[in-house]
Design a protein around this ligand. Structure first.
Ligand SMILES: [Zn+2]
Length: 128
């Protein structure tokens, strides 16, 4: 899995371990439904966790591992891909454009993308 996927997950989960809620140290990509149980590499099946939490979880399903139902619901809600994802992807794209510019590559960010970004952010604020 690429660097972008990890960056995306760090944004999405606010640099927090999905299982213990801590933010210090290196977070690794974790499969919510373990691959051995038929989990996929789809973004909606991925989260971030410390290696020790990941190991503690092992091959248990999320429902068994997390006895705290509130935490379980929160993770499930976070994992649903949403319009917010579009905004994150867009900000990543912007970062990519500025990186490419540093290397003097000809890049033009499309105006259509920006319009979409604005629309997504407006939808987002309406709900809050
Ligand atoms: Zn943890």
């Amino acid at each position: 899995m690429g660097y972008e996927v990890r960056e995306y997950l760090l944004e999405k989960f606010h640099r927090t371990c999905a299982y213990c809620g801590q933010t210090k140290g290196r977070l690794d990509i974790d499969h919510i439904i373990p691959k051995s149980k038929g989990g996929t590499n789809r973004i909606s099946n991925l989260t971030l966790a410390y290696q020790r939490c990941n190991q503690k979880k092992g091959n248990q399903s999320l429902e068994i591992f997390l006895k705290n139902k509130k935490k379980l619901e929160r993770i499930k809600a976070q994992c649903r891909t949403s319009y917010k994802d579009a905004a994150i992807v867009n900000s990543m794209r912007k970062a990519l454009v500025s990186t490419l510019k540093k290397f003097h590559l000809p890049v033009k960010p499309s105006p259509g993308g920006l319009t979409k970004y604005n629309r997504v952010s407006q939808n987002y604020s309406k709900q809050h």
